[in-house]
Ligand binder design. Structure first.
Ligand code: C2G
Length: 451
């Protein structure tokens, strides 16, 4: 019996997939089809799958060509499968020509002609029109955002807005988009969504204006400085039926989701303490080092450090204490936030003029999780135990440099209603963070008023 194997995502199942499976089947007597998991697809850069794994498997099954369907979930699995199932022929469409020649030492490799004129990507784009996004603020992060959008299907940067003419001009020339400097309404009218990356104190006004105009909003953290305003903005988004998402990147990174799942799985016993630290000594004169009113250690980095705490312990802490070390003009160069829960403790530490070990430690009754810097761009972490010789190491693929593409992909999925439940960063968690921000601002202002 001649055994054939092929693989694919088979998202939005189409004629190209059907023809491929038909031809694959005709290469032998028995066809095994490997359908990829979402996690595996994410790792290989396919971020916006529309159909669930079950739907994709069902669609392959319906063709009647597959004698066996398996799930592909990791790199290197193809070699394992070929040996395990005694495969004679490995086949894929001609778009993969040459890429799997290394399998020739195990079986025959055949690239079948690809069906012209149809693809899942094109279907996804037909189903959901491309999100036209405008960037508000063309400072440090905007160029990175622009580049990262090109890795996510279904979104395109169409324009930008910055009242500072010089920065606007430079950005426009670099990226060949029109940058508005005064007519905000005209800027908005060309978009479906906006990314707010302007100075912190301007975030909430832009968010409100965009939401009122019915635009989806992705806003850099911190979105607002007060609890009431956070509530107001999420309600406004709900009322206008648009997506509002706070850009706390870590929340959307696959490795971070995995870390949370492992922490909650019970392997470290009951979780008792979370300690998250993020420090960066910025260049002298930069906002985070000098803007005592709207920047500083806490406002720049505590969204990251509070995130694992709220994700693991929830947002209903019993008490919060905030302590800072202040620098020139009363800017906080180091801030520690202590959260007290029922029989659980947590600390969020941020530094903008103090350097420390930027790590995340989650302590439990059986062991602990250690994620080293840069844990906020989670690529790997350890589970450690009393026995120092026993360490379970986890690594997750991470594409790009700054993880922004995962946040953008999540934003697109939410807009298209394909993102599933809102669990990565809920409105409630974002609002709870704004509440802590408000307490911090009050305390820092009291200190500054006495200077
Ligand atoms: N295909 C085709 N004609 C098209 C589109 C796709 O023949 N118009 C083929 C692809 O070449 C592939 C199969 O259909 O052999 C499944 O395609 P995808 O769902 O896009 O999966 P792919 O990303 O190619 O995954 O481990 C996974 C494999 O590497 C392939």
């Amino acid at each position: 019996m001649k055994k054939v194997i092929t693989y694919g995502s088979f998202d939005l199942f189409h004629e190209g997939h059907y023809q491929l499976l038909k031809r694959a089947k005709s290469l032998g007597d028995h066809l095994t089809v490997g359908v990829t998991t979402e996690h595996f697809d994410q790792m290989r850069g396919k971020l916006n799958l529309a159909d669930s794994l079950i739907t994709r498997i069902e669609n392959v099954k319906k063709t009647g060509f597959a004698d066996e369907i398996i799930v592909e979930d990791h790199e290197g699995q193809k070699i394992e499968d070929i040996q395990r199932y005694g495969i004679d022929v490995f086949t894929l469409g001609s778009d993969w020509e040459g890429r799997f020649d290394y399998l020739k030492q195990y079986c025959e490799v055949i690239y079948l002609p690809r069906t012209a004129g149809i693809s899942s990507t094109a279907l996804r784009e037909d189903r959901h029109k491309i999100v036209r996004i405008g960037i508000i603020g063309t400072g440090r992060i905007a160029p990175r955002f622009f580049k990262e959008t090109s890795f996510v299907s279904g979104i395109e940067v169409v324009n930008a807005y910055n009242p500072e003419a010089e920065s606007a001009k430079a950005f426009g020339e670099l990226f060949q988009v029109h940058v508005y400097t005064d007519d905000f309404d005209a800027f908005l009218s060309e978009t479906d969504a906006v990314y707010v990356a302007s100075p912190n104190e301007t975030h909430s006004d832009y968010v409100r204006k965009a939401l009122v105009a019915g635009k989806h909003v992705l806003c850099e953290k911190p979105m607002t400085f007060t609890y009431a305003e956070a509530v107001e903005l999420y309600e406004l988004a709900k009322k206008n039926k648009v997506t509002l998402m706070e850009g706390i990147r870590t929340a959307y990174i696959p490795g971070f989701s995995q870390l949370l799942s492992v922490a909650k799985s019970g392997v470290i016993g009951e979780i008792c303490d979370v300690n998250a630290c993020f420090t960066r000594i910025g260049t002298p004169g930069s906002r985070e080092m000098t803007d005592a009113k709207y920047s500083g250690a806490f406002l720049e980095y505590s969204s990251y450090t509070m995130l694992p705490i709220f994700k693991l312990f929830g947002k209903d802490y019993k008490k919060v204490e905030i302590e800072s070390i202040y620098g020139k003009d009363g800017i906080d160069i180091f801030t520690k936030v202590h959260f007290y829960y029922d029989n659980k403790l947590a600390t969020a530490e941020s530094g903008a003029g103090v350097k420390s070990e930027g790590q995340l430690v989650i302590s439990g009754t059986q062991g602990y999780i250690l994620a080293k810097s840069p844990w906020w761009l989670t690529r790997e972490f350890d589970v450690r135990y009393e026995d120092p010789n026993k360490i379970d190491h986890y690594e997750t693929a991470f594409s790009g440099e700054d993880g922004l593409r995962y946040e953008i992909a999540e934003f697109v999925s939410k807009i298209n209603g394909t993102g599933g439940n809102d669990y990565k960063l809920t409105a409630g968690e974002s609002i709870a963070m704004a509440h802590v921000v408000e307490k911090f601002m009050k305390k820092r202002k009291e200190y500054q008023d006495k200077l």
